[in-house]
Design a protein around this ligand. Structure first.
Ligand SMILES: C[S@@+](CC[C@H](N)C(=O)[O-])C[C@H]1O[C@@H](n2cnc3c(N)ncnc32)[C@H](O)[C@@H]1O
Length: 378
């Protein structure tokens, strides 16, 4: 692939007025311009960067599968403990040394491992960061289901496949769904592991000034409430989730627990702030509207609602949320990764006011929207 075939575009091109695109695209594709890119230093640098970015997009699937193999084989943890050569690990991992060498070299190219002059592979700082967050290896393992659902992407986008991912989240099938406790435990564990990251960002973004009591709806087994309790022990806290999930939480006595379904049950009254953390994006607009209305009725006048989840970039497509989360929630069948504007519109339909969106520092982890129930009815 010639570098000159991939001239400057990317982020910068998003700022190009629409009528310029035709002209810019013709220019970029013309052999004369591509020859120019090889000769003019600034242009050739941009062309090379864009070429590498394009190649990164093309090879993303292969990187993910190499990462999956590294995780499933426990390679990162092994070399963290003792750097090793492919030869040295081949027998234990039951992989021919020459094939394992390719995997380890790929791991080093992705900077999850470092390759030493001795030929040994060791854990890199990026690999150490990956291992330090148990949510990440757990998510990578979980991706087997998503990748299987995407095996025929055209059929998937046409809606001609039956994605298996929804089975992992049985509550998406609504009130009639048979949800066995094992399935609840499986998804609650995955959520609890990844909620640590979300909790960090939520606590850094949300203000609890003036709040006396808070209800976390769809709070899972309570990772967020536990962290909030440690940080703001003065707050009265309560969890609301499906009965089987609440039964599995091991929260301190001081935190109230309510089992129920926001599809069919009213939410407990009394909290002056409600949080919905990674809840809306699992559900269709009709379910979200029911839930937001229930939040509105449960809150006192002046009460606050905070929605915390990854959001689409909307008019400015986001490289992470509009690829990973949007496609993941599509595979869930009922879910949708909404933009801040779309969530604000749903909040507006439920009479919430003072709607403010705060893009997270790590939008691929979470962003936040806050809203208020007006002091006097609209
Ligand atoms: C994606 S998980 C998020 C859990 C937690 N807030 C977090 O961020 O880790 C969605 C949560 O919503 C709960 N949920 C789904 N449908 C529900 C319903 N109808 N009523 C109450 N909770 C529900 C699930 O049990 C699950 O704990």
């Amino acid at each position: 692939m010639a570098d000159a075939a991939h001239p400057p575009a990317g982020r910068a091109s998003q700022n190009v007025p629409a009528r310029m695109y035709g002209w810019l695209n013709r220019l970029v594709a013309s052999p004369g311009f591509q020859r120019l890119c090889t000769r003019v230093p600034g242009l050739s640098l941009l062309a090379r960067r864009e070429g590498a970015a394009l190649f990164g997009v093309m090879q993303g699937f292969v990187e993910s599968q190499a990462l999956m193999a590294l995780v499933e084989l426990g390679v990162l943890a092994r070399v963290a403990h003792a750097p090793a050569t492919a030869q040295g690990l081949a027998h234990t991992l039951n992989i021919p040394a020459d094939r394992l060498q390719v995997l380890l070299q790929a791991g080093a190219a992705m900077r999850l491992l470092t390759r030493r002059k001795t030929g040994q592979f060791a854990l890199s700082p990026r690999g150490a960061a990956f291992l330090s967050m148990p949510a990440l290896p757990a998510l990578v393992r979980h991706h087997r289901v998503l990748y299987a659902d995407l095996a025929d992407p055209t059929a998937f986008f046409r809606g001609e496949t039956q994605p298996e991912l929804a089975q992992f989240w049985p509550y998406v099938f609504g009130p009639g769904a048979q949800i066995d406790p094992d399935a609840t435990a499986r998804y609650s564990e995955l959520m609890a592991e990844s909620q640590a990251l979300v909790t960090q960002d939520a606590l850094a973004t949300l203000s609890f000034k003036g709040v006396q009591s808070l209800l976390d709806v769809g709070g899972g087994t309570g990772v967020f409430l536990r962290a909030l309790h440690a940080r703001e022990p003065r707050l009265q806290l309560a969890l609301f989730d499906l009965p089987d999930v609440v039964a599995q939480s091991t929260l301190p006595q001081a935190i109230a627990r309510h089992g129920g379904s926001f599809r069919t049950d009213a939410l407990p009254q009394g909290a002056d702030m409600i949080t919905l953390i990674r809840v809306l994006f699992d559900h269709a607009d009709s379910t979200v509207l029911t839930l937001l209305q229930r939040c509105y009725h449960a809150l006192p006048p002046g009460g606050r609602l905070a929605i915390v989840e990854p959001m689409s970039g909307g008019a400015t497509p986001d490289p992470h949320t509009d690829v990973y989360f949007s496609i993941y929630t599509l595979a869930m069948q009922t879910g949708r990764t909404r933009s801040a504007d779309e969530i604000a519109a749903l909040l507006g339909q439920c009479d919430f006011a003072e709607i403010k969106a705060k893009k997270g520092k790590r939008p691929y982890v979470t962003s936040v929207i806050e809203a208020q129930k007006p002091h006097s009815p609209a």
